[in-house]
Write a protein of this length. Structure first.
Ligand code: 5GP
Length: 189
């Protein structure tokens, strides 16, 4: 079945996927941004149901067992993240333009089940810039940062699997390009 209204944004760790999707949530109400389930604890300022649905491991198990996740993955070898099938389907049925911001493993799963979706790779301007952003965020321990860089190297090699690449030089530019690929007009600034 054709699912032309679904767009998947993926890319390496710390490339700024979260920043781009936050910008889109704040500036493009036409885009329905999926809220993922995760077993990761909330960071300061994160709100349950807005940034993620923060679940216990048991609650996440239940979603998996009941087949309620369109895709899910263990990210950085630590926590589980997944997309709720029902809410995404409902938004698509309503004719909304749906955006998933997920990791590469998740994007591959969606490609299996919904090959007609649009797959967009968010690329860093350079490797050095990506390292700077990751370290600069300061929310992870040095061990976690190292783990994320290892993951990022593997993820950069996945770019050819995607329909389009958007370079995240500035958040506005990346968001504008992404919404253009979704068939929307970028903001006039
Ligand atoms: P963070 O913990 O920094 O919010 O996110 C870590 C990673 O998890 C990011 O690369 C993000 O794209 C990914 N992620 C967030 N939600 C999902 C999801 O529903 N599924 C998958 N596979 N990855 C996700």
């Amino acid at each position: 079945m054709s699912q032309p209204r679904l767009t998947v944004l993926a890319g390496p760790t710390a490339v700024g996927k979260g920043t781009v999707s936050t910008y889109i949530r704040d500036n493009y109400p036409e885009v329905w941004l999926s809220v993922s389930a995760t077993t990761r604890p909330p960071r300061p300022g994160e709100v349950d149901g807005v940034h993620y649905f923060f679940l216990s491991s048991e609650e996440f198990d239940q979603l998996v067992d009941e087949g309620q996740l369109l895709e899910w993955a263990v990210v950085h070898g630590r926590n589980r993240y997944g997309t709720l099938r029902r809410t995404v389907q409902a938004a698509m049925d309503e004719g909304r333009r749906v955006l998933l911001e997920i990791d590469l493993q998740g994007a591959r799963q969606v490609k299996e089940s919904m090959p007609d979706a649009t797959f967009v790779f968010l690329a860093p301007p350079s490797w050095e810039e990506m390292v700077r952003r990751l370290v600069g965020r300061g929310t992870e321990t040095p061990e976690e940062q190292q783990q994320r860089l290892e993951t990022a190297k593997l993820e950069l090699a996945a770019e050819p699997e995607f329909n389009h690449t958007v370079v995240n030089d500035t958040v506005e530019h990346a968001a504008d390009e992404l919404v253009s690929l979704m068939g929307l007009l970028p903001l006039q600034r």
